[in-house]
Design a protein around this ligand. Structure first.
Ligand SMILES: *Cc1c(COP(=O)(O)O)cnc(C)c1O
Length: 492
């Protein structure tokens, strides 16, 4: 297009003032306020200018765009004035999907958040004495219950009479913050020994060497990527050593010619030099996952029993609660962390405490089915298959063998695997039954895009030209909505 031709197109555009005089847009401005309407007009006009600049509009297409401008302004205004963060249906089968907000909260957690946040609460008030209380006491008492039978003899009885330790817990913004706070408190200005096989990166921005540097501690790497021996740790201990750190390889595995000392060995070595061992567990499981066939995800209790002085883990991974970083361990060490001014900067608000307290109460009562993440973990393949079967039958009543036609869609049931995700148990696969969808009219990527554009948005996996829907992570109450969304797409 010549510059003068595109100039003519730009000149054909109405001004913001012209648009505001249009009756439909004037009504919008009346309803939503003039400044919101002006912003929406500007955004729509800017969109059209970009189209002209890209050479995608001739005078005919421009007339069509201008004819639709009032509707476009209304849509833009609607989008600008509604939430961008919204509930979605997770049909990926990844239980802890970081992009989808990790753990969905339990009904009890939501109710407790509402109850304690729509009114005032005793967040930092001791109701017995009427004096100032500590916000972390609300969950510390529950962690004491859940972790009390983990107290190893080395935590107390050895120092008989004089000092006795028990397990204490504090909560910060996330596990990354927990690791930062622990390293800063226990090792600032000193050295921390870590195996080269554990210098991990989690989720792109959490890297052990970087967090170590920010904490003011110096990283002392020992061993090799695949093998680290207890002697490697011992040789590295100097008078500057403050801590032995173990990091759980949450999101990858090392297989083949590998080896690392057991936790007990590490704890024995540390005790010989009067050093603490800290473990960054990542997921920090409080529930015996062996019940659902997962054997390689460490439990918080096991680490504390082995004599680890401080463990750190996330509230929104396998614990199934709100985003939080949890530090549990020897009372004297946790007290030092509470006294660190970084703790004040990393602390969490009442919403997090409320959601976490209710989640932990479900554990204390052994009411595991209350916690959605645990419920999804425990779902059996036959239960999922029955729901998938019924959804497919509701969508496409007539089966032609395994494949069922529904409009331009074809639905098929197929075996597959759900994932825990969120940097937990990377190799743990849970058997599931998938709905595999293909369309005669669009690619799998386009079909997935249509699902994401639905209300509520549906997020599914795309694999080998098919859209895969895994009901493990779909709440049973959402099955019918999902069926309706699929039926609408099939009929369109
Ligand atoms: C997930 C994870 C982290 C980061 O936890 P966030 O709660 O996401 O901050 C740190 N360390 C390990 C081992 C992890 O698995």
């Amino acid at each position: 297009m010549t510059p003068s031709a595109s100039d003519a197109l730009y000149r054909a555009l109405p001004s913001v003032d012209d648009l505001l005089r249009e009756p439909e847009i004037a009504a919008c401005a009346e309803e939503a306020g003039r400044s919101a309407a002006v912003d929406a007009c500007r955004a729509v006009l800017e969109g059209i200018r970009e189209e002209i600049a890209a050479g995608r509009l001739d005078s005919g297409r421009l007339r069509t765009s201008i004819a639709g401008i009032q509707a476009a302004v209304r849509t833009e205004l609607g989008r600008a004035l509604s939430s961008s963060l919204k509930a979605v249906i997770n049909a990926t089968g990844v239980i802890l999907h970081t992009n989808l907000g990790r753990a969905p909260l339990s009904g009890g957690a939501i109710a407790h958040v509402r109850e304690t946040s729509e009114a005032y609460s005793n967040l930092e008030l001791n109701l017995d004495s009427g004096e100032r209380g500590k916000r972390d006491e609300h969950v510390d008492r529950l962690f004491r219950k859940l972790l009390s039978d983990a107290v190893p003899p080395s935590f107390g009885t050895e120092q008989a009479g004089r000092r006795s330790f028990s397990i204490s817990t504090i909560v910060v913004n996330n596990n990354a913050a927990a690791v930062l706070l622990a390293l800063n408190t226990l090792a600032e200005g000193g050295e921390v020994i870590v195996s080269r096989g554990e210098l991990v990166e989690i989720g792109g921005s959490f890297r052990i060497p970087d967090v170590m540097a920010k904490s003011g501690a110096t990283l002392c790497e020992v061993g090799t990527t695949n093998r680290t021996r207890i002697e490697d740790y011992e040789r590295a201990i100097t008078e500057r050593t403050r801590l032995l750190l173990r990091v759980h390889r949450s999101n990858f595995e090392i297989t083949g010619f590998t080896g690392q000392p057991g936790l007990e060995q590490l704890v024995r070595l540390a005790a010989k030099y009067k050093l603490p061992v800290m473990e960054d567990l990542g997921s920090g499981v409080l529930f015996d996952l062996r019940r659902v066939g997962i054997h390689n995800e460490p439990m918080v209790l096991d680490s504390l029993r082995a004599g680890v002085a401080v463990v750190t883990f996330s509230g929104d991974k396998l614990l199934g609660g709100p985003q939080a970083g949890i530090l549990s361990g020897r009372e004297d060490l946790v007290r030092r962390m509470r006294g660190n001014s970084l703790f004040r900067a990393l602390r969490v608000d009442k919403l997090t405490y409320a959601a976490l307290e209710a989640t932990l109460l479900a554990y204390v009562k052994r009411d595991y089915a209350e916690v959605p993440v645990l419920r999804m973990l425990e779902l059996s393949n036959p239960e999922i298959a029955a729901r998938a079967e019924s959804l497919a039958a509701g969508l496409a009543p007539k089966a032609a063998g395994a494949a069922r036609p529904a409009g331009h869609l074809t639905v098929e049931l197929t075996g597959g695997e759900s994932l825990i995700g969120g940097g937990s148990a990377p190799s743990a696969l849970l058997p599931t039954t998938l709905l595999a969808l293909t369309s005669s009219q669009m690619s799998a990527d386009e079909l997935a895009r249509r699902l994401r554009a639905a209300s509520p948005p549906v997020v599914a996996r795309v694999d080998q030209g098919r859209v895969l829907v895994d009901l493990r992570t779909v709440f049973p109450a959402q099955d019918e909505v999902l069926r309706q969304i699929l039926a609408e797409i099939a009929a369109s």
